[in-house]
Write a protein that binds this ligand. Structure first.
Ligand code: ADP
Length: 191
C-alpha cells in the first residue's frame, strides 16, 4: 500500500507517518528529512537548498523528484508513505509516472485538515520545546519562515487537494484532535 499524507506545515504529517512505520512496517519518504540530511552533511545539493529551506520556500521540483526517484529505485518496502511530497502539481504528475513505471499503485491520499491559527502556534511551540530540551531547533521553525511556508502551501500545494479529489483518491481526516484520535481516523481509512 502506498499513501500520501497531505496537509500544511504543522498539520502532523511526520507524527502520523512515524506511527504507520512502527505499526505497519511501511517506509516513510519525507523529502523534508532528506533535504535536511543533505544540508547537514554539507553536500553540494545541501548547500544549494539551504537558503531556500531556511526561508520557508519550496526547493525545485527537479531536486525533490530526483530524491524520490532514487529512493523508489533503491528501497524495497511493503509500502511507502509520502510525507511532504508531492508539494506541486508537477511533483504529483512525476510521482504518478514513477509509480506506474514500477507497476505500483497509489492507494490513498489522506489530507490532514487543520485550522490555520493552530499551525503557527504548533510550529512556534515545537521550536520552544526543542530549545528548552537543549535540542536543535529547525532553522525554518520561526514565525517569519512559517508565514512563507504557509503561503507556499496555499499557492502551490493546496491545488493537490482538488487534483486528488478529482482522481477519486482523496480522504479528509480531521487533524485537529488528539494525536491518538487522528491516528485512529487514519487507521479507519487504511483499514
Ligand atoms: P513541514 O511540512 O513541517 O513544513 P518538511 O519537513 O516537509 O516541513 O519540509 C521542510 C522544507 O523542505 C520545506 O519548507 C521546503 O523548503 C523543503 N521541501 C520539503 N519537501 C519538499 C517538496 N516536496 N518540494 C519542495 N520543497 C520541499
Amino acid at each position: 500500500m502506498n499513501i500520501i499524507l497531505l496537509g500544511p506545515p504543522g498539520a502532523g504529517k511526520g507524527t502520523q507517518a512515524r506511527f504507520l512505520v512502527e505499526e505497519r512496517g511501511m517506509v516513510q519518504l519525507s523529502t523534508g528529512d532528506m533535504l535536511r540530511a543533505a544540508k547537514a552533511s554539507g553536500t553540494e545539493m545541501g548547500r544549494i537548498v539551504a537558503d531556500v529551506m531556511d526561508r520557508g520556500g519550496l526547493v525545485t521540483d527537479e531536486i525533490v523528484i530526483g530524491l524520490i526517484r532514487e529512493q523508489l529505485e533503491t528501497v524495497k518496502a511493503n509500502g511507502f508513505i509520502f510525507d511532504g511530497f508531492p508539494r506541486t502539481l508537477a511533483q504529483a504528475d512525476a510521482l504518478a509516472d514513477l509509480l506506474a513505471e514500477k507497476g505500483e499503485t497509489l492507494d490513498a491520499v489522506i489530507e490532514l485538515e487543520v485550522n490555520d491559527e493552530v499551525l503557527v502556534d504548533r510550529i512556534v511551540g515545537r521550536a520552544a520545546e526543542a530549545a528548552a530540551a537543549g535540542q536543535p531547533v529547525r532553522a525554518d521553525d520561526n514565525a517569519e519562515s512559517m508565514k512563507v511556508r504557509l503561503m507556499e502551501y496555499y499557492k502551490k500545494t493546496s491545488p493537490l487537494i482538488g487534483y486528488y479529489y478529482a482522481k477519486g483518491q482523496l480522504t479528509k481526516v480531521d487533524g485537529l484532535g488528539e494525536i491518538a484520535d487522528v491516528k485512529a481516523a487514519i487507521a479507519g481509512v487504511l483499514g
